[in-house]
Design a protein around this ligand. Structure first.
Ligand SMILES: [Fe+2]
Length: 483
């Protein structure tokens, strides 16, 4: 049991080591390959793998064929040598030099890769030699490395310093059980080299065909794998951007096909849930806006003179907002900001808010603090924090003489500057306990007079144009109809 665990640990260590090696090797690849497309990587690594495997197989095949050819050539030499030895016994015994010479001549002339053929006697003295001057010389038939030895005494030796012959084959001549000498012949590499060249040529052609097929197959494999991956990638992008419209195509019935099928199901579920969530969010937003409108109406309703004020300010401000190019979302936000702009008045005592006479300085101070109260109320809900600037600063003046912070020019938030125009116009055109409402012409004249002083000139210009166009300030008193 312990042995099995040790073996498993070793295998695990080997696998981890190999994985680390592959990761390191991949990291060492040029940046261009690492950042290339998946299709290129699959094709590249498949071609490398196929080419490497084919090359190793080709080299092994060439090596095996070389050995086979060498063996066949030596066999042929042995066969020729034995054939001469079988025929030379009687001629050697009878000193038939002509017969021996004929045997040597025939063997030499019919085998181009035999540089010499000789017959030596028992004392290794050359009796017959294809190279005539060698006759009578002593031949060292045991020189070189013994390559092979047969049971009948035939030896094949690899010569140490081959000039014309690489192998020397020596076959004993035996007649009537008496050793009379040896047939000695040399074999060179000419036939071997020619045969090896032919084999190498054919193997290399096969290698080239395999490499071409590899390129084609790797390209096909890359396309086969990439298609569903690209489809999935596009699907994930669509899912991420929330624009999932169609089911992904399934290209195969394998793991990638299953993955695509599962993705389609998951995508459909997400789209369904997203739709439900969107509906809930829309309902929630509607409910939220309704609550805001009710709260704004409730604040306005405390004072019969300001009844519907916030809703009217919203209508007037939206005229400006639309004209200066606010987006749909910004206009929605501006509308809510208008409804909230006087929310701080909820803390203003009735004695001040509803006072029919002019306010004392202290009371006026308290009244002015409604912007800070409003900001404080909104700060308690993070989702309402975006309405704080417009609530806090809608009484700032363009020349910096407003309240509460004395902001001037572009430092005043845009929504606050817009609300300031609508708020003032609606206040001037509404009855107050201490004065009658101004006519719209008088109010517009006053707004124009205060352009650049209390209000942003560009907003005043837009407001005047829009008022002349729409005359929307004549709001029905029934605010609840609006909210
Ligand atoms: Fe206000």
């Amino acid at each position: 049991m312990a042995g099995q665990h040790t073996f498993a640990r070793r295998i695990d260590t080997c696998v981890r080591g190999f994985s680390r090696f592959v990761r390191s090797a991949l990291f060492l690849l040029p940046e261009k390959i690492r950042s290339a497309s998946l299709r290129f990587k699959i094709a590249f690594f498949t071609i490398i793998l196929l080419t490497g495997t084919s090359l190793i197989l080709c080299l092994m095949t060439i090596q095996i064929m070389n050995n086979y050819i060498l063996n066949e050539i030596i066999k042929r030499g042995e066969s020729v040598g034995k054939s001469i030895a079988a025929s030379a016994g009687y001629s050697l015994l009878s000193r038939d030099l002509l017969g021996l010479d004929t045997l040597v001549f025939k063997a030499k002339s019919s085998n181009s890769d035999m540089p010499y053929v000789a017959i030596v006697d028992a004392n290794t003295k050359v009796i017959v030699h294809s190279d005539t001057p060698m006759i009578g010389e002593t031949m060292h038939i045991t020189r070189g490395r013994l390559f092979r030895e047969s049971g009948d005494g035939t030896t094949v030796r690899e010569l140490p310093n081959p000039s014309d012959a690489v192998f020397e084959i020596s076959c004993p001549i035996v007649f009537m059980d008496k050793a009379l000498g040896n047939v000695v012949l040399g074999m060179n590499r000419s036939v071997l080299i020619e045969a090896q060249r032919k084999v190498a040529d054919r193997v290399l052609i096969i290698f080239a065909i395999i490499a071409l097929l590899g390129v084609f197959a790797s390209s096909l494999l890359a396309s086969f794998l990439i298609k569903p991956i690209r489809e999935l990638s596009a699907g994930v992008d669509e899912l991420k951007s929330g624009t999932t419209k169609k089911r992904l195509r399934i290209f195969s019935r394998d793991e990638l096909g299953n993955l695509t099928r599962n993705f389609n199901e998951m995508s459909a579920q997400i789209a369904d849930q997203r739709e439900k969530l969107g509906k809930y969010a829309h309902d929630l937003e509607d409910a939220y806006v309704s609550i805001v409108k009710v709260v704004a109406a409730a604040i306005d309703a405390r004072d019969s003179y300001t009844h519907g004020h916030s809703a009217r300010v919203a209508r007037l401000s939206l005229l400006i907002g639309k004209e200066i190019g606010l987006s749909r979302d910004e206009l929605a936000e501006l509308e809510i900001a208008c409804l909230f702009h006087d929310v701080g008045k909820i803390k203003t005592p009735d004695s001040i808010l509803l006072k029919p006479d002019k306010l004392s300085p202290a009371e006026y101070q308290e009244m002015m603090s409604h912007v800070e109260h409003g900001a404080s109320i909104l700060s308690r809900a993070p989702s309402l924090a975006k309405y704080i600037p417009s609530t806090r600063h809608h009484h700032e003046w363009h020349n910096g003489k407003g309240y509460p912070d004395g902001l001037a020019g572009d430092d005043i938030p845009l929504f606050a500057a817009i609300i300031a125009v609508g708020d003032t116009f609606d206040a001037m055109t509404s009855d107050r306990p201490y004065r009658k409402a101004l006519s719209e012409e008088e109010a517009l004249k006053e707004i124009t007079r205060m352009s650049g002083i209390q209000f942003r000139p560009d907003l005043v210009r837009v407001f005047i144009e829009q008022m002349e166009k729409h005359r929307v300030h004549k709001m029905p008193q029934s605010v609840l109809k609006l909210v």
